[in-house]
Design a protein around this ligand. Structure first.
Ligand code: TRP
Length: 341
């Protein structure tokens, strides 16, 4: 047994439909990169590009997003010798396992999935005759594909946002059914990890920073664009000299997500002391820009060398498949799909 097999296995996927922004960094990328440095952990991070097809059928956007997300994680310091970093679509065992799980998964379980229920509710609210209008089997079966992602590598822990907890519960359900039906311990039951400390960053308009609200600050925009976006962050009409409340201020929240405790405390003083919004925004811009400059340069260099990214991902897929293929063989045997001789 290799040492790696005794480590705790932490796995998470990133759906490749958007361009990474400051909120993604604070909420997901930074904690994941830090976790991957723990010698007691084997991490599996992958581009959930099969999931991307559910939401996005613009091939250029999917292709571009995959490259941008891979380059972002690498530029921010993911150690790809340590973490297993791969594209979901490079692992043919995943769709195969998806089918096996589909055949043990109750349809009723999928009827209760939040994303599907929300789509049905939208149709009903719009007065559509057919509650399933526009809903693909991809959306309906989304949690099965996600279960295959997780169970394929016997992940112990799955760091996710709150909205994904239900999917992990469903993966446990499918794992349990499969183990029971085919009388074996084929799958480990995964646990969702929702980090209470991890912040949900506010966006330009003060709502949660999210692609769907169109209020994001992309991580690696040019210096000029970054400055422009920071200036757009919504503040109130208090004049310079008037004390300001840091605790209800998105600008302050963004700053403190990046700054040290001391720097944050100093900025808090400035707020109480009545710093003007223009001045505060300049400081926040300067700070972010200083911290993003180096990774931004690495990011640009990576994008100019997609061949290197391709190689890293193929290497990751090779390591991932070295684990997936033997498990898939066992599963085939278990289900009666083994070889005759
Ligand atoms: N559904 C997840 C999201 O939208 C992405 C994802 C796909 C994932 N497969 C996964 C996350 C497996 C964790 C584990 O955020």
């Amino acid at each position: 047994m290799s040492a790696a097999s005794e480590k705790i296995r932490v796995l998470t996927g990133i759906t490749t439909t958007g361009t990474p922004h400051l909120g993604n960094y604070v909420g997901a990328i930074k904690p994941a990169i830090e976790a991957s440095q723990d010698p007691g952990v084997q991490s599996y991070y992958f581009l959930a590009d099969l999931h991307a097809l559910i939401k996005c059928q613009d091939p250029r956007r999917v292709q571009e997003s995959r490259l941008e997300i891979a380059a972002t994680w690498m530029a921010l310091g993911l150690d790809t010798d340590n973490a297993i970093f791969y594209r979901q679509s490079d692992i043919p065992e995943i769709p195969e396992l998806t089918w096996m799980l589909t055949c043990v998964c109750a349809k009723g379980l999928m009827n209760r999935a939040h994303a599907y229920k929300a789509a049905v509710a939208e149709n009903e609210a719009a007065g559509n005759q057919d509650p399933d209008k526009g809903i693909t089997m991809g959306l309906f079966g989304y949690p099965v594909l996600m279960a295959a992602d997780i169970l394929m590598f016997n992940a112990n822990r799955v760091p996710v946002g709150r909205d994904q907890i239900q999917h992990i519960e469903m993966a446990r359900d499918m794992a349990g059914r499969f183990n029971h039906l085919y009388k074996g311990q084929y799958f480990t039951l995964p646990e969702a990890v929702v980090d209470q400390k991890v912040e949900v960053l506010g966006g330009l308009d003060g709502r949660k920073m999210s692609k769907s609200y169109n209020n994001t600050i992309p991580l690696f925009v040019s210096e000029k664009k970054l400055q422009k976006l920071v200036r757009k962050i919504k503040t109130n009409s208090l004049e310079p000299g008037e004390p300001k409340d840091p605790d209800t201020c998105t600008l302050f929240q963004i700053y403190s997500a990046f700054a040290t405790a001391e720097e944050t405390a100093a900025m808090r003083e400035e707020y109480v002391g009545g710093i003007g919004w223009g001045e505060a925004k300049n400081r926040v811009f300067e700070y972010l820009n200083d911290h993003l400059r180096e990774p931004r340069e690495r990011y640009q260099a990576l994008l100019e060398d997609p061949g290197h990214i391709e190689q890293v991902l193929l290497k990751g897929a090779e390591r991932a498949r070295a684990e997936a293929a033997p498990l898939m063989d066992r599963l085939r045997q278990a289900a009666g799909l083994g070889r005759f001789v």
